[in-house]
Design a protein around this ligand. Structure first.
Ligand code: SF4
Length: 461
């Protein structure tokens, strides 16, 4: 077992017994559940919408080689520039080039998991460029020096009191500030920053091939400010975010908002199709889209697990997952946590280091049930386990254990060779640790069924 897997198990055990953490996250997820139930009850034919979403995303992934150039050509027509980045290093280097060429020193950002994935903030800081998050949740976790806890609600693990305490320490706001007062304080600080920032960096929820546009969904309006105040706008977007046509937003926008937050539609939905045009009053002078691969084509090459790329990052599978609800988002130590993170991370970052995530599941199937694009998430986890075995990655002890078990099970004399007592001793000695010390080991009966059958027949004679 590698260190990443060991660290995961240790962190999971600690987190699972932190009662405060459980209280806060359960409270926040309960609120989400109520909003989600209300949100989906308003959808006329949810099952049909999910199937449609799945088939559109299927078409995109099977034809990504055509949709990406189509997007690029259309985006360029209106003066946008497209940058293709194979990995985090390429993406960061290209972004830094743009910033340095413009002699820029400050960047304002809106929420983007793709930029988390490439560790853009840390990279820019190293090059003495201030990069400030403007989404309230992201801003809070940035102040704390943490990573987002959840792909939709980055500060889900914090209570109102935690945030009031943070703002009191950092900005001297009253310790009993209300959420409105805290938001107001953040707003005051951030408004100033929009005016100063030379470059705005965002992600995007969708790339639209037929119009060459990016779409950003948000509730705070900060992404609109990020994309309109600074002279340069850079959007970092995973290549899987593609949808064929602007007409498809009719389906994907409400599906994302109902499953993400329970809203019919999020408050601000923006379509950007290039920099400011000569007849327009706002918008940046330059606009770039960084099309990020960073392991996505590895997943695309997996015929069985390719559908992991259909994900629209609504976060619904995280909110229903019994494992996520107990161990929390930070424990995974990956950009994408929860069930979908466990599916895609081993392909994007390496099966050997991240195969353990495929086991961080009860396989209850709730993730699959809620997914708005019908990704067969729990089956994907099983397929990842299969791949790990086929690649010979399980630990030697596990391989020997299964080989011995198979040999024994195929021959009756071998199965009955050891007494029940010896079998129990062997199991306790070799498998107790992997079985888990909170679970009781199963007890093997003193005699096997076949031995008992023979004994009873002898008595009957
Ligand atoms: S896998 Fe499905 S439920 Fe999970 S975040 Fe992606 S779209 Fe949402």
């Amino acid at each position: 077992m590698g260190n990443i897997a060991e660290d995961f198990l240790i962190a999971a055990e600690i987190k699972a017994f932190e009662t405060d953490h459980r209280r806060i996250i359960n409270n926040n997820i309960d609120k989400y559940d109520a909003a989600f139930d209300k949100g989906i009850s308003r959808m006329a034919n949810l099952e049909h919408a999910k199937k449609k979403g799945h088939s559109i995303k299927w078409k995109v992934m099977e034809n990504l080689d055509k949709f990406l150039p189509e997007f690029e050509a259309n985006f360029q027509k209106r003066g946008g520039k497209v940058i293709w980045a194979n990995d985090a290093e390429e993406a960061n280097r290209e972004i830094l080039n743009i910033i340095q060429k413009a002699n820029a020193k400050t960047v304002i950002k809106s929420k983007s998991m793709a930029t988390e994935e490439i560790h853009l903030n840390e990279f820019l800081e190293k090059h003495e460029i201030e990069s400030l998050e403007s989404d309230l949740g992201e801003y809070i976790v940035q102040l704390l020096g943490q990573k987002p806890y959840h792909i939709v609600t980055p500060a889900m693990h914090l209570s109102k009191e935690d945030i009031a305490k943070l703002f009191n320490e950092r900005f001297g706001s009253p310790i009993d500030s209300t959420p409105e007062q805290l938001t107001q304080k953040a707003r005051e600080i951030l408004r100033e920053k929009y005016m100063q920032a030379d470059v705005g960096i965002t992600g995007a929820n969708f790339l639209v091939a037929d119009t060459g546009s990016i779409c950003i969904t948000e509730n705070e309006g900060n992404a609109r400010l990020t994309t309109s105040f600074p002279k340069i706008h850079i959007a970092v977007v995973g290549i899987e975010k593609m949808i064929p046509s602007i007409a498809d937003l009719d389906l994907f926008w409400p599906m994302l908002s109902t499953h993400g937050t329970g809203q019919n539609l999020t408050v601000y939905n923006t379509i950007l199709s290039g920099p400011r045009q000569p007849n327009e009053t706002d918008g940046p002078e330059e606009m770039y889209v960084v099309l990020l691969d960073n392991g996505r084509t590895n997943l695309l090459a997996q015929k069985d697990q390719r559908q992991g790329l259909y994900c629209i990052r609504c976060g619904a599978c995280l909110n229903v997952c019994p494992v996520y609800k107990n161990i929390g988002g930070h424990t995974y130590d990956t950009t994408y946590s929860g069930p979908i993170g466990s599916v895609i991370t081993p392909h994007m970052r390496g099966m050997e280091e991240f195969k353990h995530l495929s086991f961080a599941s009860s396989l209850c199937g709730k993730c699959t049930e809620v997914c708005p694009v019908k990704i067969d998430i729990h089956k994907m986890l099983l397929l990842n386990r299969r791949d790990a075995v086929n690649e010979g990655l399980p630990a030697m002890k596990e391989k020997w254990g299964w080989a011995g078990w198979k040999k024994g099970m195929l021959k009756r004399s071998l199965t009955d060779f050891f007494s029940g007592k010896t079998k129990n001793w062997l199991m306790r000695t070799f498998f107790k640790k992997s079985w888990g010390h909170y679970k009781e080991m199963p007890e093997v009966a003193p005699k096997s069924f076949s031995q008992q059958w023979k004994d009873q027949h002898k008595q009957g004679e």
